[in-house]
Design a protein around this ligand. Structure first.
Ligand SMILES: NC(=O)c1ccc[n+]([C@@H]2O[C@H](COP(=O)([O-])OP(=O)(O)OC[C@H]3O[C@@H](n4cnc5c(N)ncnc54)[C@H](O)[C@@H]3O)[C@@H](O)[C@H]2O)c1
Length: 258
């Protein structure tokens, strides 16, 4: 059985959803959860995390042998750890806006190739990545419009209207914590340079909305996902989606997890 020991990097909303799901699986165990000391007060890991599994030092975490690591911390963290993790285990990265950096994407691809390991892209807050992968050779245009509050984007209260319009590669640099959806759509579809991104600030909303418009040879899709913010960058659906990704990754190697 391949995925027996699981590493988790990040002890926030998504990290907790991953942790809870692994605990539900009888045949897999958590080897560590890397938690920063400055986590969100509302997500205090001491309240839900076994202290024996909680690690604050990256080197200490990476020294523990694991079969797969789930990253749910920050794009900079994914960028820093991915090539090293992939030397000896598979990796699932929720902060996939990191891959907008060509050096990071290259390092991940090369590490997988050199070590025979795999990088999993979770669908996170969005749906339909399978359709983009299948259609990518005949898709001509992809536009994603994200609408959020100024606070949700880390902008001043006075911000309003369109605050970004340009390629997905650039929006990932500008709002790395908020546009993982743009990154996932770009990776699955026609890439960071051809995928068009728009970010709109709407006052007084606690809802995040992503509209995805795709057109290709003889077809067009137009769909939206909306979710209420759980207080940070993550919406109400994503912890469920993260748990589903954990289940599917573990099950792919024979772990049946009702
Ligand atoms: N793929 C998607 O669709 C999607 C959706 C929502 C969020 N995300 C991303 O997933 C990640 C986690 O989201 P979340 O809602 O759980 O965030 P969160 O703020 O609730 O938790 C993030 C955790 O990572 C920790 N952290 C940050 N830097 C760290 C470091 N250097 N070492 C150890 N821990 C560190 C923080 O302290 C915090 O506990 C973020 O990068 C977010 O942008 C992706």
């Amino acid at each position: 059985m391949k995925y027996r020991r699981i590493g988790i990097i990040g002890a926030g909303l998504i990290g907790k959803a991953i942790y809870d799901e692994v605990l539900r699986c009888e045949q897999a165990e958590v080897a560590y959860v890397l938690a920063s000391r400055a986590g969100r007060a509302s997500m205090r890991s001491s309240e839900w995390l076994d202290p024996g599994l909680c690690v604050h030092d990256l080197e200490e975490a990476l020294a523990r042998p694991v079969d797969v690591v789930f990253e749910a911390a920050h794009a900079d963290v994914l960028a820093a750890i991915a090539p090293r993790v992939l030397v000896s285990s598979d990796l699932c990265g929720f902060s996939c806006s990191a891959l907008a950096r060509p050096d990071v994407e290259r390092a991940i691809t090369e590490s997988c190739r050199a070590n025979g390991t795999r990088f999993f892209l979770p669908h996170g807050a969005i749906l339909g990545l399978d359709g983009l992968v299948d259609g990518r050779d005949c898709i001509e245009d992809v536009t994603i419009t994200t609408t959020k509050s100024a606070a949700g984007l880390g902008l001043q209260d006075s911000a309003e209207g369109v605050v970004f319009e340009g390629p997905a590669r650039e929006v990932c640099r500008k709002f790395p914590r908020n546009v993982n959806v743009h990154a996932a759509i770009a990776i699955a579809g026609i890439g960071f340079d051809r995928t068009k991104s728009i970010v709109v600030v709407k006052r007084g909303t606690d809802e995040m909305n992503h509209r995805i418009q795709v057109s290709g040879k003889g077809f067009a899709w137009d769909f939206s996902v909306a979710s209420r913010s759980l207080g940070g960058v993550t919406g109400a659906y994503t912890p469920r989606s993260a748990a589903g990704s954990v289940r599917r990754i573990l099950a792919s190697e024979g772990i049946v997890n009702g």
